[in-house]
Design a protein around this ligand. Structure first.
Ligand code: EPZ
Length: 435
């Protein structure tokens, strides 16, 4: 396994381009199962998770071509298998997104339960509730979800997909993909409004689906008999963009993140403004500006200290849970106390103990973390536990004094393309070596 070795203290300067969104490309790849003609995604990011989804789609009988320029072409001409094996599904929760398309296309799906992850149980009850509303019989046996459509196929219905924690991103995606081939009209109430769900809707429309209310909490889908092929470029990855902007802010450098959509990060940029981080916004870029922060040492202090700024994670357009760990890393250097409230995944705090190894002062109370900012942290060996926690540890290592080694960095490879190469391009002192 690899680790990243980071020499903290370098201001980052330069420009970094953003890849296609991981959480958009995964359901979009699954949508290819709905058609017999090819679906082309010209800007799929080169991520482990994209590779895992490709393996799963091939196991189901689709052909998947990945091109050097990042493009992916998937053709599910059929016949398809309806069984998604545990060995692949357990590697990536987003595999659950093949359930809806298989059920719609074949009338049957047999998909391993995805299991949990380090920050929670990750239930899928609203996915199954949606399929049952469309007339499917759903049972769980031997660790597999078996869903079967009625003889005449799925039938449109009204369904509420809210959970105890708000809307469900992949829950909405899964039921949406089942509904596009159902007979009649489906109305999904409390649909997730994340840009990635909107992006999936646009891809399905390009394939011939009829969807109204795109981007709103109420989606109206009129089923069609067949979908066709399409070419769909996914939206830029807003979480990757936020992560690199935090890298610029935490090292006080001028980092321009290009090829992004600032509007997808409104809540995050609002918190950056509250924290006193100077930045400029363009149509498809945001650039952090060098700043001395509020550090008593005055201009040029490193790392620059943001103002303490509270955050509560929410569904879109609120502050994204996928930037919570990165925000905590940033507030570890703040000039005061920040309160972080994680209400989407109350247990998403595996990074707290590792940040403490760098000297951070974070106290957890239930879904809340109290972050006492400090003028500096000191580098140490730390262990990544999940995708966004690993990003947070890399950010903290960039701003800490001395050397930080982030172990199990395969976690970040799942969601960040060539993370160390892109940080080196901004002037970071970072290398990848074997553990
Ligand atoms: C998606 O996960 C993302 N993954 C996650 O990103 C992201 O953190 C999450 O949405 C929230 O924005 C992909 O899109 C592949 P949810 P998903 O269903 O769809 C509860 C990353 O780092 N819930 O929106 O699995 C659930 O427990 C990953 O890129 C139910 O109760 O999340 C959670 O508390 C991590 N019942 C909340 O809803 C259900 O049936 C939101 O979950 C489904 C979810």
């Amino acid at each position: 396994m690899d680790k990243l070795v980071i020499e903290g203290g370098a201001r980052l300067d330069g420009a970094v381009g953003i890849c296609g969104a991981k959480n958009s490309v995964l359901p979009v790849m699954a949508a290819a199962l709905l058609a017999e003609q090819p679906l082309r995604i010209p800007n799929a990011p080169q991520l482990h998770d994209v590779g895992t989804m490709a393996v799963l789609l091939r196991e189901l009988g689709a052909s998947v071509e990945r091109y050097a320029d990042g493009g992916v072409e998937i053709c599910a001409e059929g016949p398809l298998s309806d069984k998604a094996p545990w060995e692949t599904v357990r590697k990536m929760r987003a595999s659950i997104c093949v359930l809806g398309p298989l059920l719609a296309r074949q009338g049957r799906a047999d998909v391993s339960l995805p299991g949990g992850c380090v920050f929670g149980v990750r239930p899928i009850d609203v996915h199954l509730k949606g399929f049952e509303a469309l007339g499917a019989k759903v049972r769980v046996e031997h660790g597999f979800i078996v869903a079967e459509a009625p003889k005449g196929g799925l039938r449109g219905a009204e369904v509420f997909l809210g959970t105890a924690f708000g809307s469900s991103v992949t829950g909405t995606a899964n039921v949406l993909m089942a509904a596009v081939l159902a007979q009649g009209r489906t109305v999904i109430h409390y649909a997730a409004c994340e840009p990635e769900v909107e992006d999936l809707c646009r891809c399905l429309v390009a394939m011939g689906a009829k969807i109204d209310g795109i981007g709103s909490p109420m989606l109206t889908i009129d089923g069609v008999a067949k979908l066709g092929g399409a070419t769909h470029a996914v939206i830029p990855d807003r979480i990757e963009a936020g992560t690199y902007l935090s890298a610029g802010a935490m090292t006080g450098g001028r980092v321009r993140v290009t090829g992004m959509r600032p509007v997808h990060l409104s809540a995050y940029l609002d918190r950056m403004r509250e924290a006193g981080v100077p930045f400029e916004c363009g149509a498809d870029w945001v650039e952090t500006q060098p700043y001395a922060g509020t550090a008593p040492a005055g201009a040029g202090a490193f790392p620059p200290r943001p103002r303490p700024t509270d955050v509560t994670t929410q569904t879109y357009p609120g502050f994204p849970t996928d930037l919570q760990a990165q925000w905590m890393a940033q507030m570890c250097f703040a000039d005061g106390v920040s309160v972080i409230n994680e209400v989407i995944y109350p247990d998403r705090y595996m990074h707290v103990a590792e940040l403490a190894r760098l000297g951070a002062q974070v106290r957890r109370q239930g879904t809340t973390a109290i972050v006492q900012g400090k003028p500096s942290l000191s580098g140490a060996k730390v262990m990544a536990s999940d995708l966004r926690a690993s990003a947070a540890l890399v950010l903290a290592g960039l701003a800490a004094q001395g050397k930080t080694e982030v172990y199990r960095v395969y976690h970040s490879d799942r969601g960040y393309e060539k993370i160390e190469q892109r940080l080196i391009g901004l002037g970071a002192k970072i290398t990848r070596t074997k553990e």
